[in-house]
Design a protein around this ligand. Sequence first.
Ligand SMILES: Cc1cc2nc3c(=O)[nH]c(=O)nc-3n(C[C@H](O)[C@H](O)[C@H](O)COP(=O)(O)O)c2cc1C
Length: 149
Amino acid sequence: MQTIDILVATTSGNTEYMADQLANELQQAGFTTTMHYEPDYSDLMESLTDNSIWLCCVASHGAGEYADSMLDFAEELHTHKPNLSTLKYGVIAVGDSCYDTFCSAGRDCDAMLAILGAKRLITHLEIDMSQDDPDEKSSTWLQSFIKSL
Ligand SMILES: Cc1cc2nc3c(=O)[nH]c(=O)nc-3n(C[C@H](O)[C@H](O)[C@H](O)COP(=O)(O)O)c2cc1C
């Protein structure tokens, strides 16, 4: 059974809730999921295999910064620049269009993983919390993500 690691960048919990819903949907589709509510850089690097798949759910905070739970991970990724050529991934960026830095952290995550050699399975999704229904939008995107696997 294929395992999908779900990395969560959240400060106030919206993205964690969304990620939990997506995990349920992935399990119903026959996948195993591992939640990383505070992604640990060393753990994730050590557990990388040729079949690793990450689903990154990333909220922006501050001035386009990563939300609290993934700040350290993002910093380590930028510092160490690991070779991620065996990794496949998809990113859901969560933000609010009232900020100039709309979805900046998710966009950075998507770009950074590609720069490090990982294979983007599908164009990242951007969720605008001031306009979108996050559950509906992420669920629809997830179907395409699953098809890309
Ligand atoms: C203090 C603060 C700063 C924020 N900064 C940004 C930002 O720079 N860009 C953006 O797109 N959204 C920004 N947002 C919106 C959040 O991404 C949005 O509220 C999201 O739902 C938070 O997700 P979370 O509950 O998982 O932390 C900000 C929200 C707060 C409260």
